[in-house]
Design a binder for this molecule. Structure first.
Ligand SMILES: [Mn+2]
Length: 326
């Protein structure tokens, strides 16, 4: 079985609410209990979390000790900008300079604590940096402010990595930087060694991106610092168990991560409303490893050869062979 570095988000281990069942479909869990639940699943070696909501000024030292005791690395540590109603019209791109400064200050404070937590990456998710209506934002200024604040955040501590996680909608009707192409344009403009991308495969799917292609654009510039794994029906960010809907795209992504020599973490960004979260994490890890088992049923050189002959018939045969057919 393939050894993968797998980290687990703690935000979906407690009560998970939707628009209709606001209290969530199960009782909530304390943050230490979520750490212990994640660590209890075989194959989880790291944790992902937010500041100052899940992790606070009061608890971060204790939580780092708990993570150490559990043998868990802190993989993603993220400023939780989008849950504060004051940023409802924008975080880094808010037209109010005081609010933009407050967003940057929170990102810097997150960086200080991320250093203590020995976190691998901090995520910038634009979330509220977007719009709901035509004519609602100044698109020229929004990009100025976005680049200015992201560069300032990266320069605050060049030892700490910042990654953009793109998504096209939700919570805003449209969010800035919706695709890998938008991200790479801004990442290459800002051009800092500690600034890269987190590809969330579900976010790529809702924009009908093919993961192999998104991974290529990002890896070409050495900017794929992190990945988030889940699945969906390409209509909404369902955050389902990996590989259950889009199996072939997922397998091609796993193949190409090997080809590019990706040595980062496989972050699990799931959102089970009704299922037991530990079982969903376990299933996802098993599916990721099984994905590599399926790929290993076919010689890699044969797959590579198909990419030069364009032989779709042979490709179909190899795909059937992966599934155990003849
Ligand atoms: Mn994600």
């Amino acid at each position: 079985m393939r050894d993968l570095k797998v980290s687990c988000g703690i935000w979906f281990l407690g009560a998970t609410s939707d628009r209709f069942v606001k209290q969530g479909y199960r009782p909530d869990l304390s943050i230490p209990d979520r750490f212990m639940l994640a660590a209890s699943v075989e194959g989880v070696g790291g944790l992902e979390m937010h500041y100052p909501t899940e992790v606070t000024d009061a608890n971060y030292r204790d939580l780092k000790s708990l993570a150490n005791d559990l043998g868990m690395e802190i993989v993603q540590f993220c400023p939780h900008l989008w849950v504060d109603p004051k940023f409802k019209f924008g975080q880094f791109t808010n037209s109010d300079p005081k609010l933009r400064q407050q967003a940057l200050d929170l990102a810097k404070r997150t960086t200080d604590i991320a250093q203590h937590m020995e976190a691998h990456v901090m995520v910038y998710w634009p979330a509220q940096d977007g719009y709901d209506y035509p004519f609602q934002i100044d698109h020229r200024k929004a990009l100025d402010w976005l680049v200015e604040n992201l560069a300032a955040w990266c320069d605050y501590n060049p030892q700490q990595k910042v990654v953009v996680e793109y998504k096209a909608w939700e919570p805003r009707s449209r969010i800035l930087l919706p695709t890998i192409g938008h991200c790479m344009t801004i990442v290459n403009e800002i051009n800092r060694p500690n600034f890269g991308v987190n590809i969330d495969m579900g976010h790529a799917f809702i924009m009908k991106e093919n993961l192999a292609e998104s991974i290529a654009l990002c890896s070409r510039y050495g900017k794929l610092f992190h990945t988030h794994w889940n699945d969906n029906w390409k209509l909404f960010d369902d955050d389902l168990i990996v590989g259950t809907v889009n199996l072939w795209e997922t397998l091609e992504a796993l193949f190409w991560l090997d080809e590019w020599g990706y040595d980062g973490w496989f972050g699990l960004d799931l959102f089970p409303y009704r299922e037991d979260p530990a079982q969903v994490v376990n299933e996802t890890i098993r599916n990721l490893k099984f994905g590599y088992e399926l790929l290993d049923r076919v010689p890699r050189d044969e797959l590579r050869a198909c990419m030069h002959s364009y032989d779709a018939i042979r490709i179909s045969q190899l795909m059937r062979q992966m599934l155990g057919g003849s």
